[in-house]
Design a protein around this ligand. Structure first.
Ligand SMILES: Cc1cc2nc3c(=O)[nH]c(=O)nc-3n(C[C@H](O)[C@H](O)[C@H](O)COP(=O)(O)OP(=O)(O)OC[C@H]3O[C@@H](n4cnc5c(N)ncnc54)[C@H](O)[C@@H]3O)c2cc1C
Length: 394
């Protein structure tokens, strides 16, 4: 076997965080090697945002991230902002638009973002090695040695940027956690996040609504999101559900307000104004028809005239419609999770540099770390910001 090549830094993972970190360090004059087992870089970027990459969110702030330490992300996010990444995208003349809620997408294709990252890496003379599994990572005499395929390389700095295990068919693995443990870092238990929830038991009846979507307020614990919810053949999905899924724990209920704009007392008011109407017909005017039918059926008495329905019963119906409680029996798992929550514990890392406090030269960035953003460009912004923090510190 040839003797190991020597670099200033080896970055494991040619995804969003790894490539950006490599570009920054490389452009600072560092000799950087990026290693990835995939046959192409940035594969998750290519499938992100429906192929248009929701590359940042203009409303980025630390309270839109989930972490055992909610303050950890502040420093990196504060030093590399959405505007900084927008400036980079603009410098390449890439057209973009705000879709909704501060979410910025390419007008064209996610390929443009990968092309920016590769061009930035080229400017920094970064070497990218693809297509071979990492065989071993060792640390001795202040140097990290990484072996992959039939090659090996050494450097005084090692960056873990291998993301989390969501979407294994894209090449995602939990190697970040194995490496973290190897070097004595704690791992906050990983779990699928931004993931559809599944319904069982009595609630399997709702699966017949598969394909029906409506705007709701969804709640899990203290988290609350107003966006679309979608019924699926397995349970619940859509942005509102994906958002609350990141906060949801097994056994928790998810409450849904199907009529977030309805004023309290709207059904009793309707009784005075439209006595011949029914709960079913009132719902039919406000919600997709199949959903209106299912909800009024479950409430019971939905076909009776409002005039004949006691105010108390109408009040109870309102209450159910504004806080319909589902009891998900699980999630669709890593196969369908857009991200992984949990990960390398932030207490072992510097929030300024992403360096491991007790292991000189070791860094962790991106989704591998226990920082998980909301849906809507927040996860890429964390990838850029944490990569920037490490890339300027190496
Ligand atoms: C379908 C989908 C759509 C998404 N859309 C968006 C969006 O629009 N906006 C947004 O902000 N976020 C989105 N995300 C989340 C976003 O893609 C991730 O948060 C982001 O890619 C994390 O960047 P990363 O560099 O940390 O990890 P990744 O981009 O996952 O990169 C990790 C790299 O490490 C490599 N790797 C893994 N294991 C090994 C191993 N054992 N050996 C060698 N290499 C390894 C992988 O091949 C990969 O290239 C989406 C995710 C999915 C799945």
């Amino acid at each position: 076997m040839p003797s190991p090549s020597s670099y200033d830094a080896i970055i494991l993972g040619a995804g969003a965080a790894g490539l950006f970190c490599a570009a920054i360090a490389g452009q600072r004059g560092k000799r950087v090697l990026v290693i990835d087992h995939a046959d192409a870089p940035g594969k998750k970027i290519l499938i992100s945002g429906g192929g248009r990459c929701n590359f940042t969110n203009v409303h980025t702030q630390a309270d839109r991230y989930i972490s055992a330490n909610p303050h950890f992300a502040k420093s990196a996010l504060g030093r590399y902002s959405p505007q900084d990444f927008i400036d980079l995208v603009d410098a390449y003349g890439i057209a973009w638009h705000e879709k909704t809620l501060g979410q910025l997408f390419c007008d064209g294709s996610a390929k443009q973002i990968v092309a920016v990252l590769l061009e930035e890496c080229a400017k920094g003379s970064v070497t990218i090695a693809l297509g071979h599994a990492i065989r071993a990572v060792d640390h001795a005499d202040g140097r990290y040695r990484v072996s992959w395929g039939d090659r090996s390389a050494e450097a005084p700095a090692l960056v873990i940027a291998t993301g989390g295990p969501s979407i294994p068919k894209m090449g995602a693995t939990g190697i970040a956690y194995d490496l973290a443990r190897q070097f004595g870092l704690k791992v906050v238990e990983p779990r699928p996040a931004l993931v559809p929830l599944t319904l069982g038991g009595d609630e399997t009846l709702f699966r017949s609504l598969s394909g029906v979507a409506t705007e709701v307020v969804a709640r899990a614990g203290k988290a609350l999101f107003r966006e679309a919810a979608l019924f699926t053949h397995k349970g619940l999905s859509g942005p509102a559900i994906l958002q609350v899924s990141s906060y949801w724990r097994h056994g928790d209920p998810v409450a849904i307000d199907f009529l977030p704009d309805a004023a309290p007392g709207w059904l009793t008011l309707a009784k005075r104004q439209q006595p011949r109407a029914t709960v079913r017909s009132m719902l039919g005017a406000l919600l997709p028809d199949r959903l209106a039918a299912t909800l009024s059926e479950r409430i019971g008495g939905g076909d009776g005239r409002l005039a004949d329905t006691p105010d108390r019963v109408l009040g109870e119906a309102e209450k159910r419609l504004s806080g319909w409680t589902f009891h998900p029996n699980g999630t669709e798992g890593y196969a369908k999770a857009e991200v992984t929550a949990g990960g390398i514990g932030t207490d072992g890392l510097s929030s300024q540099t992403m360096a491991a406090r007790k292991v000189p030269g070791l860094y962790a960035i991106g989704e591998a770390v226990d920082v998980t953003g909301w849906l809507g460009g927040y996860n890429f912004q964390w990838a850029w910001a944490s990569a920037h923090a490490a890339g300027t510190a190496i």
